[in-house]
Ligand binder design. Structure first.
Ligand code: CA
Length: 223
């Protein structure tokens, strides 16, 4: 598996290159935006890791230009921890995922493994996890073939979780990914909506598809 890293900070680029090579990937590093774009568009890579602030061209510009020729290769953005707008813009531009800086290598490696294991569903109109099927265009959901009626927010929450099946999603991650908050409003809005979803997904006595990991987050079961 070949990974392209576009990162201008030599220390981070080095750390990523060594770490990912140790995991068995073949890694190419570009340190400037325009070089990064040429490499990205070469079609030689199975996954891209893009920093946002780069000399010559931003990571978002690379992503947008790349997505015109390739809608499926997973792209992970490295973003500042606080910059919610960057993440939203990045996901809108077709990013598969983002990792806030500073990050632990283990976290990044886990995301890389997850995205390389599963074909990217970013361009698909239908997401399927276990017996749940969600149509992004019609905004419909079925479980075990039965229609489930969700509110707009419940739908967005389920769609977000279905894009990350089997992954533990923290409250903070769900708040930022679904509600667009970069702060915790101090209410238990995530927990409340998870309960709504559980209730509505309780069809035909099928098992609860959402696992709660106390004080860690939530996970949508893959099977
Ligand atoms: Ca940078």
């Amino acid at each position: 598996m070949r990974i392209l890293v576009v990162e201008d900070e030599a220390a981070i680029a080095d750390f990523l290159e060594r770490g990912l090579e140790a995991e068995g990937y073949s890694v190419t590093v570009a340190s400037e935006g325009p070089d990064g774009l040429v490499e990205a568009r070469s079609g030689n890579f199975d996954l891209l890791i893009l920093d946002l602030m780069l000399p010559g061209m931003s990571g978002i510009e690379i992503l947008k230009s790349f997505r015109k020729v390739d809608g499926t290769t997973p792209v992970i953005l490295l973003t500042a921890r606080t910059a919610v707008e960057d993440r939203v813009e990045g996901l809108d531009a077709g990013a598969t995922d983002y990792i806030p800086k500073p990050f632990a290598f283990e976290e990044l490696a886990a995301r890389v493994r997850a995205h390389l294991r599963r074909p990217d569903q970013g361009e698909a109109t239908t997401l399927t996890v276990g017996d749940i099927e969600l149509n992004l265009l019609k905004r419909t959901v079925t479980r075990g073939g039965q229609e489930v009626n969700l509110s707009a927010r419940e739908f967005d929450l389920l769609a977000y979780m279905m894009r990350h099946p089997g992954q533990v999603l923290s409250r903070e991650q769900l708040l930022s990914g679904v509600w667009g908050y970069d702060y915790d409003p101090g209410t238990n809005v995530v927990g409340v909506y998870i309960q709504y979803l559980r209730r509505k997904l309780n069809v035909d006595d099928l098992p609860d598809p959402i696992e709660t990991l106390r004080s860690v987050g939530y996970r949508l079961r893959e099977e």
